[in-house]
Design a protein around this ligand. Structure first.
Ligand code: SAM
Length: 236
């Protein structure tokens, strides 16, 4: 962990598994009791360096950060049964929804969802443990006073470079030009190459294989409003 990293993270979202308090959040108990494909936070921390054992079989692990309702997570796991796909999400309700989607899509063998704060993923993965990272509409935090919350920063880029296997990809899909420009700037000192960038995937097509284009909730909202969705592919 670099000093810069420690200082540049925002206040930590609690990721130790809480004692159930359904009055606080009715989805908390459902998260705790769901069972597989939900991986509890404490199990995620213990899986560092051995994620293969958390899935039905050991295969390359791909990570989606901020999975929301799980459309992409379950969809990409269906397209790629030869991958293990893990989603990370912070909100209990969305974790439960994503877990149900994994079951509905029949991808319980190779898809999992866990609750972890994306700023602390260095606790969860060993160097070179990931074969792909997917960022679908990460929160842009456009106000200057919230700048500290923007995940796509040099600290994140350094972590991603360390955790991705050389030759593997990190992909960003976003409605926010700010997100795109920030990731571009963040990777400047890291061993990433921009292999494709698309201004509007609706007009220009996607910069990844067509069967890997899975429309997410937020993507649908923005496209329904006639707004462009940008895409970028980086190679480690
Ligand atoms: C704008 S939504 C996008 C959801 C989904 N990827 C989509 O495209 O529909 C951002 C998601 O990231 C999650 N998120 C925000 N901050 C997070 C953090 N620090 N760690 C993990 N997930 C986070 C939010 O709860 C939310 O579900």
């Amino acid at each position: 962990m670099t000093q810069l990293g420690r200082h540049s993270r925002p206040f930590r979202v609690r990721c130790t598994d809480p004692v159930s308090n359904p009055e606080f959040n009715p989805y908390l108990r459902r998260y705790e009791e769901f069972g597989s494909p939900v991986v509890l936070s404490r199990e995620a921390a213990n899986a560092c360096g051995r994620w293969g054992q958390v899935f039905a079989q050991e295969q390359p692990v791909h990570l989606e950060i901020g999975s929301g309702n799980g459309f992409f997570l379950a969809g990409i796991a269906q397209v790629h049964p030869e991958w293990n796909v893990l989603g990370v999400e912070i909100r209990y309700k969305r974790i439960v929804t994503a877990a149900k989607k994994i079951r509905a899509f029949g991808v319980e063998d190779n898809a999992r969802i866990t609750r972890y704060d994306a700023w602390w993923l260095d606790e969860v993965f060993a160097a070179g443990e990931l074969s792909g990272i997917y960022l679908n509409h990460p929160d842009p935090w456009p106000k200057e006073k919230h700048q500290r919350n923007r995940l796509l920063c040099p600290f994140f880029a350094e972590w991603a470079a360390r955790t991705l296997k050389p030759g593997s990809e990190m992909r960003l899909k976003t409605d926010s030009l700010l997100n795109l420009r920030q990731l571009e700037a963040a990777i400047m000192d890291q061993p990433f190459e921009i292999v494709a960038q698309v201004e509007d995937i609706g007009r220009n097509g996607v910069p990844w294989p067509a069967d890997e284009e899975i429309t997410t909730n937020f993507q649908r909202k923005f496209q329904n409003m006639g707004l462009p969705v940008h895409g970028m592919v980086l190679r480690r």
